[in-house]
Design a protein around this ligand. Structure first.
Ligand SMILES: [Zn+2]
Length: 148
């Protein structure tokens, strides 16, 4: 087995193409994030590769909130944040009574090559709303919104 020296930053930065939405993903784990290709119509059309971890906090900064389109569909229980300026789907936000949680589209990473990350396919179409929210609470990252 070849040993490849991977560079996994403790803070993965990323954002949309024009920089209006930018975030830092504070990654406490030794292994690189796993990328989840969701098989739903919406994510397939975007080619989104989602990642999150319940111990990996995301800090999101939006320079111009008016230039962000929160898109909802299906159970309408999460906001898919698309930049109106550059059209990039950057992350998805779900609000619970106690907290915000998020999954980040790894295609928007600045400083981590996705070739280092394992990929899996996911399909959550069969979930009901309760199962969906329980899964997000378990797996999604805590989200903090910071001022620009
Ligand atoms: Zn943008």
């Amino acid at each position: 087995m070849s040993s490849t020296l991977l560079t996994l930053p403790a803070v993965i930065s990323g954002g949309c193409h024009c920089g209006n939405l930018h975030y830092s993903l504070h990654w406490p784990l030794a292994e690189a994030p796993t990328l989840r290709a969701c098989g739903c119509d919406y994510c397939t059309r975007h080619g989104a590769l989602w990642t999150s971890h319940p111990e990996a906090e995301v800090r999101l900064c939006i320079d111009n909130e008016a230039a962000v389109l929160p898109y909802r569909f299906g159970t309408a229980s999460a906001d898919f944040l698309v930049c109106r300026r550059c059209g990039i789907l950057t992350l998805t936000r779900c609000e619970f009574e106690d907290a915000l949680r998020t999954v980040v589209n790894a295609n928007t990473f600045d400083n981590l090559a996705l070739t280092q990350c394992a990929r899996i396919n996911t399909d959550f179409e069969a979930e009901d709303l309760e199962q969906r929210l329980a899964r997000r609470r378990r797996n999604w990252s805590p989200l903090t919104v910071v001022a620009p």
